[in-house]
Design a protein around this ligand. Structure first.
Ligand code: PMP
Length: 377
């Protein structure tokens, strides 16, 4: 099988990641609860992962790294932990339902929000965000790279704009973490939400929240933390304030090894490789008359390793099913991002999404191009 659904989760995982997850299951116990060796081993591993993640994302301090069950949970923690009735928020028109559904829930609780339209240029996108700001705007959310169209949004410039007004900024780095550099401190981003299992090559069901201003967040979950157990009040210091219950030890062990893999390989090298792959495919597909490509040719500054298209009048599901018969795994449909599809008029039909990882090759792109050209004919 040629796996081209890496935006859903990267597959395969590096051998070091598989080993780290297996090793944690075999040697580690519940951290922070007991003083015995397997518990201590887990606690030390988690601390090391926190240090790596803090450096990788510019968290400013290890306590600002919060492990979560996924990017969706991280986004919920920020949206529900920060906004309250009477507040206003701004979101881009490329947001995933990981952002839109909690925003919708908050809108039923008196939070208003405005959708800022992405433009053809970063200047246009920035202008949309500027126009959407109000005196009661308390949060601005902008995905870093669209999970449908692969284009990068100017989060750093949006953060600089919001800093002038003292408005916190959250970015959904689900498709960019490990593929584009992102640094909370350097880029002035208050909250970075990221899954461990995509570009960081960890395992599913693990995520991270980088909270440069954890004091702005109320908790959305409380419980045992192994600290201050006599008190019924949740600890008020991070990361304990936000990490109740037994942590996902194998997931964090995998993330730790994934961060090493990305660091050793180099974010720039991974990005260049993936963009080369999708650019090659784009050039092949753009010569086929019955293929609809919705976005401009990938560009290293503006794109991740992801490309969406449709073939003739086929539904995206039909094309994906045909590709799977040819041994090529892709994703069709709406990719949990109806807004992003509305932006390009594909909300009824969806689109076929090809998404790469560092492990894909040019030969695989050639095979995909040939299979697509057969469907097109
Ligand atoms: N945001 C975006 C842009 C995504 O692509 C995804 C994964 N489909 C998520 C959020 C949610 O990530 P997770 O499933 O790890 O919670």
């Amino acid at each position: 099988m040629i796996y081209l659904d890496n935006a859903a989760t990267t597959f395969p995982k590096p051998q070091s990641v598989r080993r780290a997850a297996a090793n944690s299951v075999m040697t580690m116990a519940n951290p922070g609860r007991s003083g015995h060796r397997p518990a201590m081993a887990a606690g030390e591993m988690i601390y090391r992962c926190r240090v790596k993640a803090s450096e990788f994302f510019g968290a400013g301090s290890v306590e600002n790294v919060i492990f979560t069950p996924g990017c969706t949970y991280s986004a919920n923690m920020v949206i529900k932990g920060l906004l309250k009735s009477g507040d206003h928020a701004v979101v881009s028109d490329m947001e995933h339902n990981a952002v839109m559904r909690p925003m919708h829930t908050m809108s039923e609780k008196g939070v208003a929000y405005t959708i800022a339209r992405t433009g053809e240029t970063d200047d246009e996108t920035l202008a949309s965000f500027r126009d959407a700001l109000r005196s009661n705007t308390r949060l601005v959310i902008c995905t870093h790279v669209s999970n449908v169209w692969g284009q990068r949004l100017p989060v750093e410039r949006i953060a600089a704009l919001c800093r002038q007004y003292g408005i916190p900024v959250m970015t959904d780095a689900a498709q960019s973490a490990g593929v584009f550099p992102i640094n909370a401190e350097e880029n002035g981003i208050d909250f970075i939400c990221a899954p461990a299992h995509k570009g960081l090559y960890g395992t599913m069901g693990t995520g991270i929240l980088i909270a440069r201003h954890p004091e702005l967040l109320k908790t959305i979950t409380e419980g045992g933390t192994g600290s201050g157990s006599l008190s019924l009040s949740q600890p008020d210091f991070p990361p304990d304030k936000f990490e109740s219950g037994t942590p996902n030890v194998p997931g964090i062990a995998a993330l730790s090894a994934g961060l090493d893999f990305v660091k050793q390989t180099g974010v720039e090298r991974i990005h260049d490789h993936e963009v080369k792959l999708v650019t090659y495919l784009y050039d092949r597909l753009s010569k086929m008359s019955s293929i609809t490509l919705y976005t401009p040719r990938p560009n290293a500054m503006r794109n991740g390793g992801l490309l969406s298209f449709n073939v003739g009048n086929l539904s995206s599901e039909e094309t994906a099913a045909y590709l799977f018969e040819k041994g090529i795994a892709v994703r069709a449909g709406l990719h949990c991002s109806p807004l992003a599809h509305r932006r390009y008029g594909t909300e009824k039909r969806g689109a076929v999404r090809i998404s790469t990882s560092y492990f894909n090759t040019m030969n695989e792109m050639e095979s995909a191009a040939r299979a697509i050209s057969m469907i097109a004919r």
